[in-house]
Design a protein around this ligand. Structure first.
Ligand code: UD1
Length: 418
């Protein structure tokens, strides 16, 4: 197993840093390849562990795929309806093959993803939605077994909660359904819109994506196409934090700035300067950093996937700050690890109170999930001495070449075998 070593206190990060394709857009888009008759060509696909897992899953489900640089091709040649537990347990997003398989084969057997480090994360809303479209499900031997008699039928579905994965699964299912589907209280995340744009490029008839009411006019078939995946807003936001924490200046290239409004707003409140310039976004401090209060919300609110990174910023800011986590019930595992570096954070249910400005000192820490790992890298950059982060396979699920990218702007960070 690899670990990351961050030699902190190395001074400000300066220079240009490029954002990769969005993991959370690429994953559903890869699953949507199951829907196409013909060859799909994708650009800007990040080379990440979750992407390799998705390609393995597509292979098992009967697609022929290639992955060369950041380009993927996929051709669904001989579809098979079963997603095995061995793959699903390593990546929850595998459950996104359920909608496409039902739409194309009228049957699907997908292992139930189970719990994960950041909470229970059920898939009941995905299943309820597909039931409204005529699918039937049974849960046996750890598998979701789904059937439908003939094509899925368009339906009017109102989500109890604007679930990202649920909206994506239903968008894919509805694209090949008979008649119109209306999704209300749908997720508005930019990655949902990227999936909808991709489906439209394959011939789907989706409108309203990016709002909470999405309309899908089902079509009989979807064809191959070429598509470029959007850049990763969470990766970009993480580099924004790195710039202000180290009192540096980064030009973030390929930055989906307008999809980061809530993050930019909070960073400005804390003392950051952000400006669109030269094809990127320039980020630096505009004075001393001060604490703020954050509540995570579905998009366009503050993203839960940036909560841990902002906590690290608050650790080095003057004064107190708070973070309330409203999306996942157990997403504060980084608190104990940040405390090992000297941070002063108190947890009260779903709220963390941070007293900033305490000196951070390097220590061995453990990554518990993807975004928690990023918060530890950020804290390591400014901690005095050496921070050793173990279990960085979490980081490799979501950040392409993070140590090379950060080294390129002056960080002292490298990977070692444990
Ligand atoms: C996606 C993102 C993840 C991000 C999250 C919230 C991907 C691959 N992952 O996860 O990085 O943190 O959105 O922005 O895109 N819920 C239910 N029943 C369901 C579905 C969800 O109760 O059927 C609950 C979940 O337990 C959670 C909340 O709804 O508490 C949000 O989940 P959801 O929006 O579905 O997140 P994911 O799609 O799993």
């Amino acid at each position: 197993m690899d670990k990351l070593i961050v030699q902190g206190g190395g001074g400000p990060l300066k220079g240009n840093i490029r954002v990769s394709g969005a993991k959370n857009a690429a994953l559903p888009i890869l699953m949507a390849c199951l829907l196409a008759e013909g060859k799909v060509e994708l650009e800007n696909v990040p080379r990440l562990r979750d992407i390799h897992t998705s390609l393995k899953l597509l292979d098992i489900l009967g697609c022929e795929t290639t992955f060369d640089g950041n380009s993927v091709t996929s051709e669904a040649t001989n579809l098979v309806p079963e997603a095995p537990y061995e793959l699903v347990k390593t990546m929850r997003a595998s459950v996104l093959c359920l909608g496409p398989l039902l739409a194309r084969l009228c049957e699907a057997r997908v292992a139930l993803p189970g719990g994960c480090a950041i909470g229970a994360r059920p898939v009941d809303l995905h299943l309820k939605g597909m039931e409204r479209m005529g699918a039937e499900f049974e849960l046996t031997e750890g598998y979701i077994k789904g059937y439908c008699k003939g094509r899925l039928k368009g339906a009017h579905i109102t989500f109890d909660f604007p679930t990202v994965g649920g909206t994506e699964n239903l968008l894919m299912a509805a694209s090949l359904a008979e008649g119109e589907t209306i999704l209300e209280n749908a997720a508005r995340e930019p990655e949902v819109s990227d999936l909808a744009n991709f489906l439209n490029a394959m011939g789907a008839k989706i409108s309203g994506h990016g709002t909470s009411v999405i309309r899908v006019e089902g079509v009989e078939k979807l064809t191959g196409c070429s598509y470029k995946v959007m850049p990763d807003r969470i990766e970009a936001g993480t580099y924004m934090c790195a710039a202000v924490m180290t009192d540096g200046e980064l030009l973030i290239e390929d930055c989906p700035y307008h999809e980061l409004d809530a993050v930019a707003y909070k960073l400005r409140e804390m003392g950051a300067w952000l400006e669109e310039r030269d094809g990127g976004v320039l980020v630096r401090r505009d004075g001393p950093l001060v604490g703020t209060d954050i509540t995570t919300q579905p998009y366009p609110g503050f993203p839960t996937d940036m909560q841990a990174q902002l906590m690290s910023v608050m650790c080095v800011a003057e004064g107190a700050g708070s973070i309330e986590e409203k999306i996942f019930e157990n997403r504060f595992m980084h608190v104990q690890e940040l405390a090992r570096l000297g941070a002063d954070i108190r947890l009260n249910g779903r709220t963390a109170m941070i007293r900033g400005g305490k000196p951070l000192r390097g220590a061995p820490v453990m990554a518990s999930d993807l975004r928690a790992s990023a918060s530890l890298v950020l804290a390591g950059l400014v901690a005095e001495g050496k921070t050793e982060i173990s279990r960085i396979y979490h980081l490799d699920r979501g950040y392409e070449n993070i140590e090379a990218k950060l080294s390129g702007v002056g960080a002292n960070i490298w990977r070692e075998k444990e």
